[in-house]
Design a protein around this ligand. Structure first.
Ligand code: ARG
Ligand code: ZN
Length: 466
């Protein structure tokens, strides 16, 4: 995020402080210094993430009272310094910090917008493991995204809908809030008895005492902060294990239950179908959270367990499930590459329909291609949406899927599926870029695909070839 002061070695071996902000002016609201490429200098979200360290694990202990909307939290981050650091930033917006330690010793901190700037008593050395513990309290408020939608901790009438793409994680826990930095998570969530708190991964246990229930969740596989959830409500819960040994946990708001049940029942077969296409499901847990959150207007592929603002249709379930491979297991390196998430999840919908008696992908493509030049579909190219305000725009989803369909037509079905599987397999649990995807497709197909991707991902306006 904003400024990370590093100690760098000069030629003569002296240690001098250098503001990392000077290395990426784009990340600095003050605009001081030169441009550069260090750290999490995401051009669309310059304040997201932070340089100088990697978080390995988040331990989040939260207590929420839906009636007063008060959240009390404690976050323990286990991290490793990637530079010598005299101080570092976390992303944290809104809530009041009541205590902060680094390696159990009180540390100085201050707030500047979404930055929580921490100065440990002693500088951290490159390669050093350290632990940051933050205690905090207050009434969490969602952030408004550049496109006007809400994300983060969004209160509902019986709890909270919690979904953080792209920026909302920082509304409920201090984080290195960029998909570049993935970590494992433990959640200990306490809510009034009768409410259920659902996070990512596997439920380790729950316990009710003194009118409150505590749920313990573990997300073992690495996860980007925006994919974390701690959604709270009055839910009907169903748990089972699939034939593949995946632990499923469904939580459904009773107001959505009739509409949701037949769709959620298809989750195991959808995951099996996607596993056949994309390779093994990347996580040990799965499930769905179906909330009743009329103010939200979207679903999110929260890792292992997508969260829906209302009962999803089957296409949406297929879409969020496909994100488990494309977006969750294989993460973005930069938000600009968002089509790697949304184009792929949309194409999964097309493939599903095609193989289950619905429209063919070609018919989907043709119907979209028929849209006139002035249509929003052609407003910007999906590989370069231009700003954070466009990352969930129609071109990212639909023209992103069209780009994949063009790839499929160019290389043939078998090679196309080999590319998708290799993408999910090679980058499993890690990251990918558009350039890496193009190279992989070229390597596997033995074809020069530069023109195809330039046309479909990067050329403004309606492409001529089709
Ligand atoms: N990734 C989500 C999907 O499955 C969309 C998230 C939209 N988020 C937002 N803040 N508008 O398509
Ligand atoms: Zn999506």
């Amino acid at each position: 995020a904003r400024r990370t002061t590093v100690l760098s070695r000069t030629a003569v071996g002296a240690t001098v402080p250098v503001a990392l902000a000077a290395l990426f002016a784009a990340a600095s609201p003050a605009g001081a210094g030169t441009t550069g490429t260090a750290g999490a200098g995401d051009p669309y979200f310059p304040l997201a993430g932070n340089g100088g360290y990697h978080v390995r694990h988040y331990g989040l202990t939260l207590r929420y009272d839906p009636a007063s909307r008060r959240l009390d939290g404690r976050a323990v981050l286990t991290a490793r310094a990637t530079e010598d650091l005299t101080r570092f930033d976390l992303d944290f917006q809104g809530l009041k910090v009541t205590g902060l330690t680094v390696d159990r010793k009180g540390a100085r901190f201050r707030r500047e917008g979404q930055e929580l700037i921490v100065t440990p008593r002693r500088p951290l050395h490159r390669g050093q493991n350290f632990q940051v513990a933050v205690t905090y309290t207050g009434t969490p408020k969602p952030v408004t995204d550049p496109d006007g939608s809400l994300d983060g901790w969004i209160p509902t009438d019986d709890g909270a809908f919690v979904a953080g793409e792209p920026q909302g994680a920082m509304t409920w826990f201090p984080a290195n809030n960029h998909p570049l930095d993935k970590a494992s998570y433990d959640f200990t969530l306490t809510v009034p008895a009768g409410r259920t708190a659902v996070a990512n991964g596997v439920l380790l246990g729950s316990r009710t005492a003194h009118g409150r229930t505590t749920f313990r969740w573990r997300q073992a596989e690495p996860m980007a902060a925006y994919l974390a959830t701690a959604t709270i409500g009055t839910f009907q819960v169903k748990q089972y294990t699939t034939r593949d040994g995946i632990k499923v946990y469904d939580a459904v708001d009773p107001r959505e239950a009739n509409a949701a049940k037949p769709v959620l029942g298809k989750l195991p077969s959808v995951l099996e179908w996607e596993s056949r296409l994309f390779g093994p499901y990347p996580f040990r847990a799965a499930g769905s959270i179906v909330d009743h959150a009329p103010d939200v207007g979207y679903a999110l592929e929260t890792q292992t367990r997508p969260v829906y603002d209302s009962a999803p249709d089957l296409a949406t379930l297929v879409h969020e499930s496909a994100h488990q491979w494309f977006g969750d297991s294989v993460s973005l390196t930069s938000w600009k590459d968002i089509w790697l998430n949304e184009g792929f999840a949309t194409y999964a919908e097309w493939l599903y329909a095609e193989q289950h008696g619905g429209k063919t992908a070609q018919a989907e493509f043709d119907a979209l291609y028929a849209r006139p030049a002035g249509d929003e579909l052609w407003e910007f190219p999906p590989g370069d949406p231009g700003s954070g305000a466009n990352i969930f725009g129609t071109p990212v989803y639909a023209r992103g899927a069209m780009a994949l369909h063009e790839l499929r037509r160019a290389v043939g079905d078998r090679t196309f599926l080999r590319v998708l599987r290799a993408w999910a397999g090679t980058h499993r649990g890690g990251h990918g870029t558009t350039a890496q995807f193009v190279r992989l497709a070229e390597r596997i197909s033995g074809q020069d695909l530069g023109g195809l991707f330039r046309t479909w991902l990067y050329t403004p306006g309606k492409p001529h070839s089709a």
